[in-house]
Design a protein around this ligand. Structure first.
Ligand SMILES: Cc1cc2nc3c(=O)[nH]c(=O)nc-3n(C[C@H](O)[C@H](O)[C@H](O)COP(=O)(O)OP(=O)(O)OC[C@H]3O[C@@H](n4cnc5c(N)ncnc54)[C@H](O)[C@@H]3O)c2cc1C
Ligand code: SF4
Length: 434
């Protein structure tokens, strides 16, 4: 995964190509340097956007990257994956003047690409080692941001991850044409160089948690969400019905490089769109997105919907699967019915959709078993309850952030959560080890 498979590289080229240097400076010079910077306020990690853009305009690319990294240690991946239309760029004042908003995400990528190309390193905020040890469970964006801040502040951090590589969904889930896995891993190498210890292939359960609790001052829970919900119709357990997250991880790790025939994707969130686009780029002949509600109710962002249409996906609204039909081992049809606004089947509307593969993308469930084993940590509908300013749970030894707290949002939200929890832990550790 540190090198892209040639077929994957060819089929998942950058959706938004990087700026050429001249074009970046021209774009940076369009920025009005607003005093109140609504873009900074709209960014969950509050990057000083006008400041980093001004530094691009004046040719100080290193300073620009440092401004970004001060606020967001995963500034490179966020520059590629953030839904900027609803965050920083959506808040840009240019929108009120009927002008294109400043391309903040692409400018951020320009500064971060230059930083990585030059072999830039993360800087320490405290020289030397301090007493105090923290364990982070999971190596996704939330834990990585937490671990980086603690290590920069001089504390010892160990990250426990069940997968063989770090990054969580940044490495295994985000569409390859936005963020290739190698790019996610390159960014994380800088966090490793800060002295963070990573232990891979370690699945934390109640027993291991008890040990960790004994050995560490604080524990950060950044485990994200669990497996996707299955397809609960007769035949839904057929081997030709696969979970979107597994399908996406399989192509990102080049375990699959080709998809043949007709594909049905169940659900209409961002994950469904990513799976549908991936199937098309991998060679599927036809991809239908099957959704039981109307278009207005789909949870995918508008720009993701437009993108899927451009890629060639077709949408079947107010359509509900009722049965999976197979001929022996071979998948044949997804039998569907049309439904009304109250999701009641419309009589006589049943039809069969020919398909060779069904991908389910109907939401992920929380990792309830693990979370329930955290003693004294309150949950609400499977989400970890935290104090919003610190990320501390109802058990003061535990902090949490990212998808396991917010139920599934964006990478930049997980980064903000991880850093916030680390800062709160630093205050407590400084008080404990005076
Ligand atoms: C298909 C898909 C596409 C997405 N695309 C985008 C996008 O384009 N832009 C965007 O901003 N956001 C996107 N997101 C959302 C984003 O990826 C998440 O919000 C973000 O990754 C959450 O970070 P996290 O650290 O909370 O969890 P995760 O990234 O899920 O990381 C959790 C980590 O914990 C590990 N773990 C879990 N349980 C254990 C255990 N018991 N022991 C040890 N390790 C454990 C997991 O293996 C994983 O590595 C996407 C999500 C999905 C599903
Ligand atoms: S991190 Fe994301 S939301 Fe924040 S300024 Fe950068 S691109 Fe915009």
């Amino acid at each position: 995964m540190r090198e892209q498979h040639p077929i994957i590289a060819e089929r998942f080229r950058d959706l938004h190509p990087p700026f050429a240097p001249q074009a970046a400076v021209v774009e940076a010079n369009r920025c009005l340097n607003c005093f109140d910077a609504p873009c900074t306020a709209a960014c969950p990690t509050h990057i000083d956007v006008p400041k980093f853009i001004k530094k691009i305009a004046s040719g100080n690319l290193n300073g620009s990257a440092r401004t970004i990294l001060d606020a967001n240690v995963l500034g490179a991946s966020c520059s590629r994956v953030c839904p900027v239309d609803v965050l920083c760029e959506g808040a840009c004042v240019m929108n009120h003047h009927n002008e294109q908003p400043i391309e903040i995400g692409r400018l951020q990528r320009f500064a971060m690409d230059a930083f990585h190309a030059r072999g830039g390193k993360l800087t320490k905020k405290f020289e030397g080692r301090r007493e105090g040890k923290v364990a982070c469970i999971g190596a996704g964006p939330a834990s990585l941001a937490c671990a980086a801040e603690l290590a920069q502040q001089g504390f010892a951090v160990t990250v426990f991850e069940r997968r063989p590589l770090p990054g969580g969904l940044n490495t295994y889930g985000v569409a390859e044409y936005k963020l290739p896995a190698w790019s996610s891993l390159r960014e994380i190498e800088l966090i490793e160089e800060l002295g963070v210890e990573f232990r891979f292939g370690v699945e934390i359960d109640a027993e291991k948690l008890a040990e960790i609790e004994r050995d560490f001052d604080f524990v950060f829970i950044g485990v994200g969400l669990g497996a996707g919900h299955g397809l609960k119709v007769p035949g839904g357990d057929h081997s030709g019905v696969v979970d979107a997250l597994g399908f996406i991880a399989a192509y990102k790790t080049a375990k699959i490089t080709h998809t043949a025939g007709k594909v049905a994707v169940i659900g209409a969130g961002n994950t469904a769109i990513d799976a549908a686009n991936a199937a098309l780029r991998l060679g599927a002949e036809e991809v239908s997105i099957v959704y039981r509600r109307k278009r207005e109710s789909m949870s995918a962002f508008e720009f993701e919907y437009e993108h899927a249409k451009q890629e060639g996906a077709r949408f079947l609204w107010q359509t509900m699967p009722v049965r999976v039909s197979a001929d022996g081992g071979m998948l044949e049809f997804l039998d569907c019915t049309r439904v009304d606004d109250a999701l009641r089947p419309v009589a006589g509307s049943e039809f069969s959709l020919a398909c060779d593969l069904i991908i389910t993308a109907v939401g992920q469930s929380p990792l309830v078993e693990l979370l329930e084993s955290l003693k004294g940590v309150a949950l609400d509908k499977g989400r970890v309850v935290v104090e919003p300013r610190t990320g501390q749970t109802t058990n003061p030894k535990y902090f949490a952030g990212g998808d396991c707290v917010n139920g599934g949002r964006e990478v930049v939200d997980a980064v903000a959560d991880g850093k916030r929890a680390a800062i709160a832990m630093v205050h407590e550790l400084e008080a404990a080890y005076v």
